[in-house]
Design a protein around this ligand. Structure first.
Ligand code: PLP
Length: 642
């Protein structure tokens, strides 16, 4: 394609996009296809010869579009908004046209400098403290665009981990880093996004998942109690991730209270994940939700959720950029000069080396709407959510299940989870609306989010009409058909497993494999920081006797435990809450303590893997002649699934 043809095709593409967005309403909001639908329609191999443009575009309409879920559709009320606007699309188009890879300042100075400036703009608009802004005199902070909130959480956890290990290493210079690592504990609420757990898995640290209060809000006393307990066990709290605007129900952790309480733990990194809600803080009347931000070490929000900016654009600010980059830099020379360097090299702020010119689209958006235009957009969505909430409250068959502060309403039919599942699945199957469920206080709720950029009052009223129509039908049928109810009840288990990906991803604790993640009051363990294999301490992971405890631990070594074998068959079903995946780990290795022949790195350190009488996995360090009974560590639990 030459530039002459690009001009023509470009104009056509703009036309196609405009038509698509203007006539979206005529399409089904969700596609009606089965997995693998596209495989049957496209050839097995890429074409050998060039194909005409018209033919490609025809396939877009005939084959691709039928498999698209239309996130910009006025009937789409699932998840959170997926930011989209014409200025943003054009900004991204320009970025593609320029096609630079801005990994360092020199690799494309404007790419770096615009990102710094635009993040300062947005940080100021949100109301972040000056110490988060790169260009404030005396500030050590700054902002960066990452691909996703998950990545923001990961890199801050990595930074916190590096900081913690460095600090511990100073205190215990002869202890191996790996041993120090095994003592680190991160914290978040059960309502935190699953990306925190994923970050802990990648960082190979333990994560304690805490029970929030009845408003789904993590409270300081819960956190501090857990941290103190863990400290008594010899573990080292190093990272706390709080959420402002949880994915399940847009609840807010008590950041002010938590930040204040964490003053007693000065080396603990406090992160704030405000992927959705953070965008709303550009409105002065909503800044109260940011209370406590002065205690935070880092903060992230996704303009690609609720600020009319296309994916990907996830913004992260840190109070001390050196602490972030020290964990990620691979150029020691840079570190030495990092403090004085006036130029930022964003490759040290995240995982990838290569970076797109993502600040362009955000700059386009901020300039073409102005803060006032963006505030109007946010306020409009909140008004629509309030309208929807009022409609729900007026109908005595329904209840509202969250405090509606922003654009998300969680509601349900008063009654069983099953009837709500039925309601939602019938609505979604009809293609008239799209919503997803969540679990709020262990109850199945339906999430309704104001999503479309130009959503209107009529769209909300239409949605409510659809919902009440389906509800009436289901309630009538329910009364009429007692027999089928009994049959259905038998299917409850299957239904629960078929719950949308979203429930699993977000907040359903039952998705955890209780055999791994259900924590208990920790037992005592060695508090001595000594090199493994030399102190001879026996450390055991044991299943607790008390189920129903409030917190959970995501344990990075769970896979290793689950795959060990002491002779008996040990099949452990693992379920990942963020993936629609079930897997069975079959016992395949014999460990050295039971005469197994396969060598393992654990055995070299004197750590062997065993199982308890209850078939729960045990981590044991061999001890010569211990006068004391073996101390026990927090860990895996084989309690029954709820
Ligand atoms: C959406 C969301 C995330 C995940 O965002 P990605 O950018 O998709 O990784 C994380 N945290 C919260 C609170 C969210 O709402």
């Amino acid at each position: 394609m030459d530039s002459k043809e690009f001009r023509r095709r470009g104009t056509e593409m703009v036309e196609y996009i405009c038509n698509y967005l203007e006539t979206l309403e005529q399409r089904r909001v969700t596609p009606c296809v089965e997995p693998g639908y596209l495989k049957h329609q496209l050839p097995d191999e890429a074409p050998e010869e060039p194909e005409p443009w018209e033919k490609i575009m025809q396939d877009v309409e005939d084959k691709i579009m039928p498999g698209v879920t239309h996130w910009q559709h006025p009937r789409f009320h699932a998840y959170f908004p997926s930011g989209n606007s014409f200025p943003s699309i054009l900004g991204d188009m320009l970025s593609d046209g320029i096609g630079c890879i801005g990994f360092s300042w020199a690799a494309s100075p404007a790419c770096t400098e615009l990102e710094t400036i635009v993040l300062d703009w947005l940080g100021k608009a949100i109301g972040l403290p000056d110490s988060f802004l790169a260009l404030k005199p005396g500030s050590r902070g700054g902002g960066v665009i990452q691909t996703s909130a998950s990545e923001c959480v990961l890199v801050t956890m990595l930074a916190a981990r590096a900081q913690a290990i460095k600090y511990l290493k100073q205190q215990h210079p002869f202890v191996e880093e790996g041993h120090l690592l095994s003592k680190l504990m991160a914290y978040c609420s059960k309502e935190a996004h699953s990306c925190v757990e994923k970050a802990a898995m990648i960082s190979f640290v333990k994560l304690r998942i805490l029970e929030p209060d009845e408003k789904c809000c993590l409270r300081a006393d819960t956190l501090i109690k857990a941290m103190e307990e863990d400290e008594q066990q010899g573990l080292i709290p190093f990272f706390v991730s709080t959420t402002l605007g949880t994915t399940g129900s847009c609840a807010f952790d008590d950041l002010a209270e938590i930040g204040q309480a964490l003053q007693r733990f000065p080396s603990v990194w406090l992160h704030v994940d405000a992927a959705y809600a953070g965008n709303a803080f550009i409105c002065p009347e909503l800044k109260y939700l940011l209370k406590g931000i002065q205690y935070a070490d880092s903060f992230n929000t996704n303009p690609n959720k609720w600020l009319l900016t296309n994916f990907d654009c996830s913004t992260l600010w840190v109070r001390d950029r050196i602490r972030l980059t020290s964990a990620l830099v691979v150029d020691p020379l840079y570190l030495q000069h990092g403090y004085t360097d006036s130029a930022i090299d964003y490759r040290h702020w995240g995982v990838p080396l290569s970076r797109r010119f993502r600040s362009l689209k955000l700059w386009f958006v901020l300039r073409s709407y102005g803060i006032s235009g963006l505030q109007a957009y946010i306020r409009h969505h909140i008004e629509l959510a309030k309208r929807f909430e009022a409609l729900v409250l007026k109908d005595s068959r329904f209840e509202v299940c969250n405090e509606v502060r922003l654009g998300l309403v969680c509601f349900r039919l008063k009654g069983t989870d099953r009837i709500n599942e039925k309601l939602l699945s019938s609505i979604n199957a009809s293609g008239k609306l799209h919503m997803v469920p969540a679990s709020v206080n262990d109850t199945y709720v339906i999430r309704f989010c104001a999503v479309a950029q130009n959503a209107k009052v009529e769209d909300i009223d239409y949605a409510w009409d659809v919902i009440t129509d389906f509800a009436s039908e289901i309630l009538e049928k329910e009364q009429a058909d007692e027999v089928s109810e009994i049959v259905d009840r038998r299917k409850t288990h299957t239904l629960a497993q078929k719950r949308s990906f979203f429930v699993r991803m977000v907040s359903d604790p039952k998705i955890y494999n209780p055999a791994i993640n259900k924590a208990q009051t920790p037992h005592r363990m060695s508090t001595e920081l000594t090199s493994p294999g030399h102190d001879g301490t026996v450390v055991k992971v044991q299943s607790p006797k008390t189920p129903g405890s409030a917190t959970w631990i995501s344990w990075p070594l769970a896979f290793l435990f689950a795959s060990t074998d002491d002779g008996t068959k040990n099949d452990v079903t693992l379920r990942f809450r963020h993936l629609d995946t079930m897997m069975r780990l079959s016992a395949s290795r014999r460990n050295s303590a039971t005469g197994g022949s396969s060598p393992s790195p654990e055995a070299e350190n004197g750590i062997t893997l065993l199982k308890s009488p209850k078939k729960s996995p045990i981590l044991m360090r061999k001890r010569g002649s211990s006068p004391n009974p073996p101390p026990t560590v927090v860990g895996a639990n084989n309690g029954s699934a709820k």
